[in-house]
Design a protein around this ligand. Structure first.
Ligand SMILES: Nc1nc2c(ncn2[C@@H]2O[C@H](COP(=O)(O)OP(=O)(O)OP(=O)(O)O)[C@@H](O)[C@H]2O)c(=O)[nH]1
Ligand SMILES: [Mg+2]
Length: 370
């Protein structure tokens, strides 16, 4: 009897867990991890393209200068928060799963508009489709910032459970993309250049994982000390790296001592009471800071640059993100972009969709004419 994808995933996960980790097993673990990543990708592709049911994915149109999503277990106060910091009212209930779909609101603060999306509560095994897991995770894949709302109770445990679910669907909140450049070649084997000795795995294991991905001939430049999982992330290529903000809610129910203890565990978290409206201005400030919004200027072909209405977008965005923000057709009909400014090597540099833009760039998108 052949195994289902879920069974295959569980089997490999078990084998990785049961294999002792040492120099002798490193190569084998690298292979297992690559295999696991491939099955997870198959599973994710199935989920993201699945048309089963009538309402796959919540249809949320992006709006505002940046978008953030509220993720948390049921009844942590997501809807209470949305109702108190945006113009939108989202139903609040003392029972779990009050919210059943995505509810977007706009938060206006410091001259910026941020779209904040309230979602149903996430639960364990959301990545396998439990609850509205699939839909929640699909929204979370296309977002700039994940606002993770926790309650004081079991905060650490729930935090790792949620991050685990997100990680299974290729979302890496709060992480930066590992700096590994792979340029495939016709021949010559693997030329690996690192800035310092790899500590997380041997060079042999590194090359072996490349082979698992059929990368046999390539120039590989590594400007970090990646773990096996991070290398696999780069090879898989479908990972998203949204920013992450941890928010601890319902502080009106706990003592100052409990807050101090939690602060030690979550030093960067914002502590609020959505119900009593405590620290909500601080939260709004932090959301805007976390989004790291930058301004770029658009210039139509043969026209003057529009310095009046800059496009506001999150730092780290690419030309692709700019296209998505202007109009869907720009990505479909994209030929190339012309960039002048801090991100360009010289004025009027021709770039592709993957080019990362910077504050102050002047951008022209050239599309195919039909
Ligand atoms: N004491 C206290 N209660 C809160 C706070 N925020 C929310 N609540 C209560 O927690 C319960 C759940 O609130 P919701 O805002 O519906 O929670 P949710 O996360 O949207 O829940 P789901 O949509 O079911 O996932 C309600 O009874 C709220 O009044 C808070 O800061 N302090
Ligand atoms: Mg809700």
């Amino acid at each position: 009897m052949s195994l289902t994808i879920d069974e295959k995933i569980t089997k490999i996960e078990d084998e990785i867990r049961e294999t002792p980790k040492n120099k002798a097993t490193e190569k084998h673990i690298g292979v297992l991890k690559s295999k696991l990543a491939k099955w997870r990708r198959k599973k994710l592709d199935q989920q993201l393209s699945s048309k089963s049911g009538t309402s796959y994915g919540f249809d949320v149109k992006k709006a505002g200068d940046g978008s953030a999503v509220l993720i948390g277990f049921p009844s942590t106060g997501k809807s209470t928060l949305l109702s108190n910091i945006t113009s939108k009212i989202s139903k609040i209930g003392a029972y779990d799963f009050t919210t059943t779909t995505a509810i977007p609101g706009i938060m206006e603060h410091r001259g910026t508009q941020v779209q904040l999306i309230d979602l149903p509560g996430i639960i364990e095994d959301a990545s396998k489709g439990k609850g509205r897991g699939k839909e929640i995770l699909a929204v979370a894949r296309s977002i700039d910032l994940i606002v993770l709302l926790l309650e004081y109770k079991y905060a650490e445990e729930i935090y790792s459970k949620i991050l685990n679910e997100l990680s299974k669907v290729a979302i890496r909140p709060g992480q930066t993309k590992p700096d590994i450049k792979i340029t495939k070649k016709e021949r010559g084997g693997i030329a690996l250049s690192t800035i310092s000795k790899l500590k997380q795995m041997s060079e042999q294991t590194f090359v072996n994982i490349l082979r698992e991905y059929k990368v046999m001939n390539a120039a590989v430049t590594v400007r970090c000390d990646p773990t096996m999982d991070e290398l696999i992330d780069v090879l898989e290529g479908n990972r998203v790296y949204p920013k992450l903000l941890i928010v601890i809610n319902k502080i009106d129910l706990i003592s100052a001592r409990q807050i101090t203890r939690l602060r030690r565990k979550f030093p960067n978290a914002v502590f609020i009471s959505a119900l009593k409206e405590e620290n909500l201005d601080l939260l709004k400030d932090t959301i805007i800071d976390e989004l790291e919004l930058i301004q770029v200027y658009l210039k139509k072909q043969r026209a003057k640059t529009d310095y009046e209405e800059p496009l506001i977008i999150t730092s780290g965005s690419t030309i692709k993100d700019v296209c998505n923000k202007i109009h869907r057709k720009f990505k479909k009909q994209f030929r190339y972009a012309v960039v002048s400014g801090p991100s360009s090597k010289h004025p009027n540099q021709r770039v592709g969709l993957d080019h990362t833009i910077q504050e102050g760039d002047v951008i022209t998108i050239i599309v195919k004419q039909f």
